[in-house]
Design a binder for this molecule. Structure first.
Ligand code: 26V
Length: 812
């Protein structure tokens, strides 16, 4: 699709007039943004129609990615780049008196996800469309996304994220596609012509209304669909105008309870809480999504028997695992299939991705809650469990002692991961190490029973957003050196290796990094008033705040440097700026204390004229996708320091690598594969291995107090927490102190301190050799092709889903 600058300008002023009744000179940047959005929408709509039409007529298999979270980030830049209109729009807007950056900045950043899991789903949608694969997202249109974070007196304060306050230009409400979802009530079992049927009475009726967002592919004709469901009430069942108006008041209660369902995203990705509303959200997503898929399927195919040949459903963690009993319900009660047939179709259609081995994040739902809220679903889960346990007893006598640990229902709880494994045909982890831990430890008995289901799909990121859009100067430099094939085939980045030692290329890479650092320094000053030295090392730790991600270990290193500089003000060191960005779950006390510790450390250093010459700490509030896009291109050092075995994969590590930062990290998640690719000289690894951590957990031989007693540097750092040197309030950091000592430091912060400090020293020595450092940096970029989500999605497509690219034929 091509549009000249002249045509763009014309369309812009026409649209502006018809939409806002304004002339160009009077338009605000927001109105300009909406206007460009509407122009793009029109172009996308044609391709969207063509894509839907082609999928309908060619009968190829399609995949639906079910996820409670899609962390999309801004979409204008993606849509401009994908449709090849970025330059036209930039020039056109400039000629009309607007600045592209300012206009792009008007877009809300929809925060419909907590972190990596939601962002992964967004990268996957981008890759599906860019690879011309027929794949769609299915999620919830939360009215409030993840909270907005403010830092007040050094503490995190949460504010609501009402991202829909302005009309969202990318969505289309599809009232005609509305379905009903039923909650509560009772089930009556009746026998009708020799078959048991299940009648649902007195349920609460919720309308699920879809809002569709187009997902465009990179410079191709594909536009897939992200369908987000919103919960709405129905007025049909109420008689508002009855004399006593009782029904009216019932209606108000009902409306409130219904609308709550898609009101807000649960802001916790660290500990699982069995809240009724969350269960409602999960069933709402699953039931609406499946009903709609089945309805469309039946319009296209003669028999539901073809389901596994034509459709794959991928569930993003266990959150949507009710697809299993819900699909069974639809096949049994609506389609009247036998249990055996329904089970065969379900378990050949659903595939499950596991994203965590941490027991506190594994979902279980109380039997009573499920029975009351979803009575028919409970009956089905119960039957699945009975049959599974019977199968274990008969077919796996050696596992009889394990049955109580493998059952889907035990001790009054429903274990969703067990349900997901039993009811799907594929179970994948998200990095090699993580999949090995699933197979050999956390899900070991399931692996014994279903070895063929388990497989690995190492995560990936879209290089279009994280390099082409976030770092255009670096992208151009790469293209200048190796041509542009890497844009469509990121593996081609490997040809950059021949420039790793090339002085002229190194100089250019250094120039781009420096310019990005200068831009970030300017941004930091504007946002926080803090001046940072753009010649210092930019050492960055951005991700959710969690004990296992060990932001605390990073702070301890900083407090250690603080002591060293105070001891020796002339110490020879390369100045460093430590940059943090992180949201803590609102109820996660420890994580919030760590934020306070970071901001307190930052303030203490800023107030110290000697120390602040060498180190600075910045905490950037409200970390989100847009902020990540600013920070990552300017980063020298990428902090990936989780307790080994706990970070399933990580994807930030890949984004930094792609932008030429060097990782300091543990042998955890995808760091292991990054090291495999770049070699040990181009990454700084340290600390316990996953095996060590698992062994300590079994033997219970770790004593944090011994480490504390044995290392004077740690004692000095830790004592700062409680001796008044950081805070006048001597209980402020007491909880952190006791978590490490009295609670034996669950995440091995003290244990890994020594090797972390050593790795940081080595890193600094390396940074002092610019040629060597730049060589490492280029080597990292060159190997990052493997971590493109295009590679990940191609693996899912061929090894799990069996779907194939579809060339969209244009009908316009
Ligand atoms: C857990 C829970 C618990 C119940 C409340 C809502 C909620 C929402 C999210 C989660 C976290 C699920 C696990 C998760 O996010 N895992 C992350 O997945 C990333 C993508 O695969 C991976 O890169 C990270 O290492 C992993 O921690």
């Amino acid at each position: 699709m091509s549009l000249s600058v002249q045509e763009f300008r014309q369309q812009f002023s026409d649209k502006l007039m018809t939409t806002f009744g304004k002339k160009v000179e009077k338009a605000t940047p927001f109105e300009a943004f909406q206007t460009v959005g509407l122009i793009l929408r029109e172009l996308l709509n044609r391709k969207w129609q063509d894509t839907k039409g082609t999928y309908r007529s060619n009968s190829q298999k399609q995949v639906y990615y079910f996820s409670m979270e899609f962390l999309l980030g801004r979409l204008m830049i993606t849509n401009l780049l994908n449709s090849g209109l970025l330059e036209t729009c930039k020039q056109g807007l400039e000629e009309l008196g607007f600045n592209l950056e300012e206009v792009l900045g008007q877009e809300q950043d929809p925060g419909l996800g907590n972190g990596d899991l939601g962002r992964l789903a967004a990268c996957f949608l981008d890759s599906l469309a860019s690879l011309e694969l027929p794949g769609h997202g299915c999620g919830i249109r939360y009215k409030y996304g993840l909270f907005q974070q403010k830092i007040v007196d050094g503490n995190q304060v949460e504010l609501p994220d009402y991202w829909l306050k302005n009309e969202y230009v990318w969505e289309t409400k599809r009232l005609d596609q509305t379905v009903e979802v039923h909650f509560g009530g009772e089930i009556e079992t009746v026998e009708e012509s020799g078959r048991l049927t299940f009648k649902h009475h007195h349920y609460e009726k919720v309308l699920a209304v879809p809002y569709d967002i187009p997902v465009s592919g990179y410079q191709n004709h594909t536009v897939n669909t992200l369908r987000l469901w919103s919960a709405e009430s129905t007025t049909n069942d109420f008689h508002f105008y009855s004399i006593d108006r009782k029904d009216y008041y019932h209606y108000l209660d009902y409306k409130r309870s219904v609308e709550q369902i898609s009101e807000f995203l649960y802001p916790d990705d660290s500990s699982y809480e069995g809240r009724l509303l969350r269960l409602k959200q999960q069933y709402f997503l699953v039931s609406a999504g499946l009903q709609c898929i089945l309805r469309e399927f039946k319009n296209s195919y003669p028999s539901v028997d073809l389901l596994p040949e034509k459709i794959a459903i991928q569930i993003n963690d266990t959150h949507p695992s009710l697809v299993i009993p819900e699909l069974m319900r639809l096949l049994l009660d609506q389609e009247q299939l036998s249990w055996e047939k329904a089970w065969e179709l379900t378990t050949r259609t659903v595939a499950y991705t596991n994203h965590t081995t941490m027991s506190e994040a594994l979902e279980t739902w109380p039997v009573d809650m499920v029975k009351t809220l979803l009575p028919r679903i409970y009956m089905i889960i119960h039957e699945i469990n009975e049959r599974f346990c019977r199968h274990l007893w008969l077919a796996h006598p050696t596992l009889r002692d394990e049955i109580k640990h493998m059952a889907i229902i035990s001790y009054g709880q429903i274990h969703m991961a067990h349900l997901a494994i039993v009811g799907s045909y594929s179970v994948n982890g998200v990095a090699k190490l993580h999949t090995d831990i699933l197979k050999n430890s956390v899900m070991k008995p399931f692996y014994t029973v279903f070895p063929e289901k388990f497989n690995n799909k190492t995560n990936g990121i879209t290089h279009r957003r994280w390099l082409l859009m976030a770092n255009p100067p670096l992208a151009s430099l790469i293209t200048e050196a190796i041509g542009e094939t890497w844009v469509r085939e990121p593996k081609q980045l490997i040809t950059l290796l021949k420039y790793a030692g090339d002085a002229a290329f190194q100089e250019k890479i250094a120039g781009v990094k420096q310019a990005n650092k200068t831009a970030l320094a300017k941004y930091i000053q504007e946002r926080t008033g803090i001046r940072v030295d753009d010649r210092s090392i930019f050492d960055v730790h951005i991700k959710r705040l969690h004990g296992y991600k060990r932001q605390l270990l990073n702070v301890f290193h900083i407090l250690h440097l603080y002591e060293m500089i105070r001891d020796n003000p002339n110490m020879d060191m390369v100045p460093r700026t430590f940059i943090f960005g992180a949201k803590a779950a609102p109820g996660y006390h420890f994580a919030k204390k760590v934020i306070k510790l970071i901001t307190t450390t930052a303030a203490k250093i800023a107030a110290d004229p000697i120390v602040r010459e060498k180190i600075r700490v910045v905490f950037l509030e409200n970390y989100n996708v847009s902020l990540a896009e600013q920070i990552i291109p300017a980063t020298d050092v990428s902090e990936q320091i989780s307790t080994a075995s706990k970070e399933a994969s990580g994807t930030g590590n890949m984004k930094f690598m792609l932008n030429g930062a060097i990782t300091i990290g543990t042998l955890d998640g995808a760091n292991v594969e990054i090291r495999e690719m770049v070699g040990p000289d181009n990454i700084f690894t340290f600390g316990l291995t996953a095996e060590d951590v698992l062994a300590y957990q079994l033997s219970r031989m770790y004593r944090s107090r011994d480490v504390y007693n044995g290392d004077q540097r740690i004692r000095r750092v830790m004592d700062q927490l409680v001796n008044g040197s950081l805070s006048n309030d001597d209980v402020e950091f007491k909880d952190i102190y006791y978590t490490l000592l009295s609670n034996n430091d669950e995440y091995f912060v003290l244990k890994d301190f020594d090797s972390y400090v050593e790795a940081q020293d080595l890193l600094e020595q390396a940074y002092r050799q610019p040629t060597e450092w730049l060589k490492k940096s280029i080597t990292n970029i060159a190997h990052s092709g493997k971590f493109s989500s295009d590679r990940t999605i191609s693996e899912y497509a061929s090894e799990i889903w069996d779907i194939h690219p579809v060339t969209i034929s244009s009908t316009t």
